[in-house]
Design a protein around this ligand. Structure first.
Ligand code: GAL
Length: 746
């Protein structure tokens, strides 16, 4: 189904739904919108968690040319929260349950070729009891609307809906491919032929293969004969080699469809003694990611999704992400493939599984199927989570989810996240949210104590931290330091335990939540970054584990000021670094060399803790410098001044070229800094953002920084014009010069 057209632009939208909207309505009082779309723009915090619940109408006028007559028209919805009914030219075509899974709708029967067709959707954003993750409370907002892209496919009557490019890597690294094709045949049974071409990222053909087979009427899955591929470089964390697989389907020597997928080849093994990627033991170091953003919830497109993957891998320094608690955007997963970030993907759910509601249980199985069929070809995905997060045992249902997952994909282990002990192990990996670390001695529980099994099994920790120690970016230094220590302790302990495959912490980014959770303002401050993806100190626990040959990290968890901590002390100071040691210089006095703490033996680069008498209450305060040394050589430093004042507004933009052919976005991060460029954490500055040209600010245009910094996103108006646009950032109430960004629109 390569023949696809993005139809995310120029929709009509209205709150509420009436039968009369289905046929021949006048949509004059509807709002004109583009997708991705959230039914409401919400404040950053303190909104009502019922604000977005209800029924909404979306309309798209689709011109379908006469030349398409005789072909099939299929609409693909990547994500609509939570339920929709689809009508075309007044007639119902279908419906879909579940906001995180893809829906394919064949609308051919209702299409009028050579005319404008009216597509109407009733989108129900209610937290319906028949659709997981709902039924009880849940700790995250699910928002609502058509929040991912929509495509239109125009295909022949014999077409490929999907390809699962299955393969095995043998002992001696030979790749044996056994592709599976999901084919629709709206004609009579026939003989079909496929040609499969595999190309590397430089477009070099590395393999071609041909075969033919009998195709039945209707929809079916065809398991093609196995064949060997040679000259393949394996996908790995540092070298994420990817390949494009093109499948050309013909009947009577005439091509009827072409379908292209991208994949990578790697070996994975989850054992009781660890996780192996291409026969190399890899400790899973990860964080959980919710896919939400300020103001628009889930409705962020390609670029922001991809950027999150980059942030997780490059800025935070992880090798794994868990897509808590649902399948996430294809753009996010694509980027994980490209950069070598392992993914734990799971079905939608939160602590609750309905025993009575058979429809709920049916949707759970649908979700497993949809998740695996949609995301099968992503090499980054190493396990499928087939339990509703933290739900209690339900052997009947979870035997089915496991069986189904294994039937669809025998190459990946299943997981199922729980938070209780002695849960029946139906999965291949026992995955546990281990929140035992409350700041005391106990850091991670023993796997046998949790599993209740007399032998060791593949075991992974899928959450720690989170609500046990919520921490705001602008919290007191004491708390921020303890936040770092807790992440460091768990990671260190995990590294020392041979029987723990890895640990995925709660969580990467702060997120909007329901009234039942968080700090009362509808935010869970559980991230190592805030909702704008600005780091708290704890992010550097992960970042500092990077090889110093790649990047020198010297990140003291301090603002280096007298009186921020109890008893008027700046000490002790925790420094996250990958240097051999840190020298502290106060004024021109060297106060000593300080080495990584022995308390984090599992970490390659344990933090340095400096705890010396310094700065009595009443002394004149002086600035300081933390100098990093490797092999006796100075490699970097971090400096602080004593007399801090607001000197500048540092504004950093992620991208300077944006697409005007879709709603493209980029982020501007604004930080008030002192005279040497350090964040000023307690400055409540206000900034005003203006745009010129085809750009709009997402969310409010006048914003106060939070803990000295904030970010905002801008989006293109998607009116297809090339040209330039401008963003101006003004600091109100200061003399600081405006910051201006010129953006190229293409
Ligand atoms: C877990 C849950 C997460 C989140 C976390 C907060 O129990 O799985 O979704 O709520 O707690 O720490």
């Amino acid at each position: 189904m390569d023949d696809k057209q993005l139809i995310s632009l120029n929709w009509k939208f209205k709150e509420g739904f009436e039968e009369s909207y289905i046929i021949n309505s006048n949509y004059g009082d509807f709002e004109s919108i583009h997708l991705p779309h959230n039914v409401k723009t919400i404040p950053y915090n303190y909104f009502s968690d019922c604000d977005m619940l209800g029924e909404y109408t979306y309309v798209k006028e689709l011109k379908i040319g006469q030349e398409a007559e005789g072909k099939r028209i299929i609409l693909e919805f990547e994500g609509v929260m939570t339920y929709f009914d689809l009508y075309v030219n007044g007639n119902k075509v279908g419906s879909h349950k579940g906001g995180y899974t893809k829906a394919l709708m064949d609308i051919t029967k209702e299409v009028k070729f050579g005319q404008v067709n009216t597509v109407v959707m009733m989108v129900d954003t209610n937290e319906r009891e028949d659709i997981p993750p709902f039924g009880k409370v849940i700790d995250y907002m699910t928002y609502g609307g058509i929040y991912r892209d929509v495509h239109m496919h125009t295909v022949n009557n014999l077409y490929i809906e999907n390809v699962l490019y299955k393969y095995e890597v043998s002992e001696d690294n030979k790749i044996i491919a056994s592709p599976e094709l999901i084919i629709h045949n709206h004609g009579k049974a026939c003989r079909g032929a496929v040609e499969i071409e595999v190309k590397d990222s430089e477009d070099k053909v590395v393999s071609t293969h041909k075969c033919d087979f009998a195709i039945e009427e209707g929809k079916d899955t065809y398991k093609l004969e196995s064949y060997e591929l040679s000259d393949i470089n394996l996908w790995d964390l540092e070298t994420p080699f990817l390949y494009t697989v093109k499948i050309i389907l013909s009947k009577n020597e005439e091509i009827t469809d072409i379908h292209t997928v991208r994949t990578g080849f790697r070996k994975i093994a989850a054992t009781a003694h660890g996780f192996y990627l291409n026969d190399r033991k890899v400790k899973i170091v990860g964080l959980n990611r919710h896919q939400s953003f300020p103001y628009v919830g889930y409705a962020m497109g390609n670029r922001a999704q991809r950027k999150d993957a980059d942030i997780l891998k490059d800025e935070i320094g992880l090798n794994t992400v868990r897509t808590s608690h649902y399948p996430q955007s294809v753009h996010f997963l694509d980027r994980c493939d490209e950069i070598g970030l392992l993914v734990f993907e799971e079905i939608p759910g939160w602590q609750y599984v309905s025993k009575e509601n058979q429809e709920f249980r049916r949707v759970v199985l649908e979700d497993v199927k949809s998740m695996i069929l949609t995301d099968f070809n992503h090499p980054s995905i190493f396990t499928w989570g087939v339990r509703l997060n933290e739900s209690l045992d339900d052997d009947e249902l979870y035997t089915k989810t496991n069986d189904l997952a294994r039937e669809l994909d025998s190459s990946r282990p299943t997981s199922g996240v729980r938070c209780v002990e002695n849960s029946n192990l139906l999965e291949d990996i026992y995955t546990m949210n281990d929140f035992i670390h409350w700041g005391d001695e106990e850091v991670l529980r023993d796997q046998r104590e949790i599993t209740g099994l007399p032998y060791k099994v593949p075991y992974m920790v899928t959450e720690y931290g989170g609500h046990i120690y919520p921490t705001k970016k602008f919290d007191n230094e004491h708390r921020l330091i303890e936040h770092c220590k807790r992440h460091a302790r768990v990671q260190s302990q995990m590294m020392l335990r041979d029987d723990i495959m890895g640990a995925i912490g709660w969580c990467a980014f702060d997120y909007n939540t329901h009234r039942d959770f968080g700090s009362g303002d509808k935010i869970c401050y559980h991230g190592v970054m805030d909702m704008f993806r600005i780091p708290k100190f704890a992010a550097h626990v992960y970042g500092s584990q990077v090889d110093p040959a790649k990047k020198i990290v010297i990140e003291p968890a301090t603002y280096f000021s007298r009186g921020e901590k109890n008893r008027g002390m700046v000490m002790p100071i925790l420094i996250m670094t990958n240097c051999d040691y840190i020298e502290l210089v106060i004024g021109d006095e060297v106060r000593g060399q300080f080495f990584p703490s022995g308390n984090y033996a599992g970490l390659k680069h344990a933090p340095v803790i400096i705890d010396i008498p310094h700065g009595d209450w009443g002394d004149r305060w002086r600035g300081g410098e933390f100098v990093g040394y490797i092999d006796g050589k100075r490699v970097g430093s971090k400096e602080y001044v004593a007399d801090t004042y607001v000197a500048d507004l540092k504004a950093v933009i992620d991208d300077r070229e944006l697409l005007n052919t879709e709603v493209d976005t980029t982020r501007v991060t604004c930080t008030f800094v002192d005279q040497i460029g350090n964040l000023i954490p307690y400055y409540n500055g206000i900034i005003q953002v203006e745009t010129e040209g085809d750009l709009e600010v997402i969310g409010p245009k006048t914003i106060s920084v939070i803990g000295g910094s904030i970010a905002f996103w801008v989006k293109t108006k998607a009116n297809l014009q090339e040209g330039s646009a401008k963003i101006m950032v003004k600091s109100l109430n200061t003399e600081i010069e405006d910051k201006v960004f010129h953006i190229k629109l293409i």
